[in-house]
Design a binder for this molecule. Structure first.
Ligand SMILES: Nc1ncnc2c1ncn2[C@@H]1O[C@H](COP(=O)(O)OP(=O)(O)OP(=O)(O)O)[C@@H](O)[C@H]1O
Length: 580
């Protein structure tokens, strides 16, 4: 994961909060309704307290008959019922909103990864990216569900209670008004610490996740090199770090709640003491007799005046946690990813490069043009992200439609890098690559990714609608049929992640068949015959010959046979000298 962007400034916090709020946009109305339910339920405390005070006053002190209790008890029942319904509806709406926002965030992060492309992805730790879309996204739930709702409540409920209390007794109103600001001040102080602690905890979680995934993948190597105990110790250390950091976050969360509980209790106690002394006749600040129902009404409402603040305090560390998660997302993506409401897998098309969408969105449409593509590379300089020097500098080449070109050069000279750029995965630092927009481009790389599933499933990834006949033809041309016919379940044989269960050469041939199924107008091949014996190589090239009329082919290779098959060659220029 890259270094965190400038993080603790107010600007960064505002930017991250805005980003969090933007994710809520499609469900804003529903979220407002959830807040409205909660606020209405809060307001209903006022008639509820009035009904209780009224009933107790009638029953205990006015000694009225049961008839006098009828009205207050009806009012009490009505407010209780209404509050229950409102709280239930509000929580349902909240749960809906949270589920939708988190799903959108996950899809959006997957889209952001897809948009940055395979070259960016190669430099990341997949475990850490997985942690982002699971633990980090989950960490924002409390912001939408708890914090925002509590904030709306805090803005509207205490004011209403304060007005009601002032109307009943201005001294109690004054006590509430004067003690109210203490809470936000303490919350702010505690919230700052909570955000830093939250970030540390999430970073530890992502690091441990990435470490664990890496080690799982390399389990065979760990065994071969006898590193089992050392690795176990490291996993233990990482887990301990998470425990310590989680406890720190919890400590701050409990502290913030405890501080608020304390202030709320002291303020309610003040109100109770004031009423106690007034009723005992030891204090007379009002100059007029204080009816018991007024005292009861204010005493019942005082704790409710602080309740939204207590809830906000309980949810305040949720906000800090959410901001910490967004800060980590920002660091991982070198900026906050734009999460569009459209398809999450829409790729970004780099500047100076045309036809990029085709390689990701290539589909088989019989009506689409099958004209071979022309490729023009003009004064292009290619540099890997974060590399000090370019791999290729000011290169130019032109490939006619339907032509075949072999990229030839020593290992590390930049052949794969050029193919990445032609596929649209690496944006040129300067110059331009022109390929007609909408061109269907397919790339069969050196380290093809095969998913866990059947060989047929792996072939259909780019062409879900391909018929069985098309599948069989692609498999035959790529020489997949040769080894598949030996397997017990043929094309339905299940292979493991990364093509586990296939040899290196077999995995490449599956990747080639997958590329052929796209019926590309431009086919990019990276050492397609690297692991093949000469006979299989010759058969593959002959089959490709017959299968590929009308397709432009650019192939990176060290094989004389492939060079001869292509006919034309382009020698990669000598590497750029690195200044000492
Ligand atoms: N993500 C990366 N960041 C920095 N440098 C990279 C990255 N990927 C590759 N390189 C470097 O770019 C150079 C060109 O690599 P590339 O894979 O294009 O060579 P190649 O000609 O295809 O080699 P081979 O024939 O061995 O496949 C190499 O020096 C390599 O170390």
């Amino acid at each position: 994961m890259s270094a965190p962007p400038p993080g603790t400034t107010a600007d960064a916090r505002r930017r991250r909060t805005r980003w969090l709020d933007t994710q809520l946009a499609p469900w804003r109305t529903r979220h407002r309704r959830a807040c409205a339910c909660q606020v209405l339920a809060g307001w209903l405390w006022i008639p509820q307290a009035a009904a209780i005070a009224w009933a107790l006053d009638a029953l205990l002190f006015a000694r009225a008959g049961l008839d006098a209790l009828h009205a207050p008890l009806m009012l009490l029942a009505a407010t209780l019922l209404a509050r229950t319904l409102l709280v239930w509806a509000g929580q349902r709406l909240q749960a809906d909103v949270i589920e939708s926002v988190l799903a959108r965030l996950r899809a959006g992060l997957a889209g952001a990864v897809a948009a940055r492309g395979p070259v960016w992805l190669r430099g990341r730790r997949s475990g850490a990216l997985v942690a982002l879309s699971t633990g980090h996204v989950d960490a924002t739930a409390g912001y939408y569900g708890g914090y925002l709702v509590a904030r709306a409540e805090l803005a509207l409920v205490p004011v209403a209670i304060l007005i009601a209390v002032f109307a009943a007794d201005w001294i109690v109103g004054l006590v509430l008004l004067l003690t109210a600001p203490l809470a936000p001040i303490f919350m702010m102080l505690i919230g700052m610490g909570a955000e830093t602690a939250g970030r540390r905890q999430l970073a530890a979680l992502a690091r441990a996740g990435a470490h664990f995934t890496d080690r799982l993948r390399g389990l065979d190597l760990i065994r071969v090199y006898g590193r089992g105990d050392a690795e176990l110790a490291q996993v233990g250390e990482a887990t301990e770090t998470i425990r310590v950091r989680s406890m720190r976050v919890l400590r701050i969360a409990f502290l913030s709640s405890a501080v608020l509980e304390f202030f709320a209790s002291v303020s309610v106690a003040l109100v109770a003491v004031y009423f106690g002394f007034t009723y005992l006749g030891m204090l007379d600040l009002r100059g007029v007799t204080l009816p018991l129902s007024t005292g009861l009404f204010c005493l019942l409402l005082a704790p409710e005046f602080y309740a939204p603040m207590r809830r906000l305090a309980a949810n305040y560390h949720d906000r800090a946690n959410a901001l910490a998660a967004v800060a980590e997302i920002e660091a991982a993506f070198d900026g906050l990813p734009m999460i569009a409401s459209g398809s999450p897998l829409t790729p970004q098309v780099g500047e100076g490069w045309d036809g990029g969408e085709a390689c990701v969105r290539a589909e088989i449409h019989p009506s689409q043009s099958s004209q071979p593509a022309a490729v023009r590379v003009s004064d292009v300089t290619l540099r890997h992200p974060e590399a000090r020097t370019p791999v290729l500098q000011d290169i130019s080449l032109h490939v006619q439609p339907g032509a075949r070109l072999a990229l030839v050069g020593p290992s590390g000279s930049g052949k794969s890098t050029l193919l990445d750029a032609l596929a649209g995965w690496l944006t040129p630092e300067s110059g331009r690559i022109d390929i007609a927009p909408g061109t269907r481009i397919a790339l069969a790389g050196q380290r093809p990714w095969l998913f866990h599933g059947s060989i047929a499933d792996n072939l259909r990834i780019g062409a879900a609608d391909a018929t069985d006949a098309e599948l069989a033809e692609a498999a035959r041309v790529a020489q997949v049929t040769r080894f598949v016919s030996q397997l017990p379940d043929g094309m339905d044989t299940v292979i493991g992640e990364r093509g586990f269960g296939l040899s290196g050469g077999e995995a490449r041939r599956v990747a080639l068949a997958r590329a052929l199924l796209l019926r590309p107008q431009l086919l990019l091949l990276d050492e397609p015959t690297a692991f093949l014996d000469p006979a299989t190589e010759a058969d593959l090239l002959a089959a490709l010959d017959a299968h590929l009329p009308g397709c432009t082919v650019i192939v990176a290779t060290h094989s004389e046979a492939v060079m001869a098959w292509a006919g034309t060659q382009w020698h990669v220029p000598a590497p750029v000298e690195v200044a000492p």
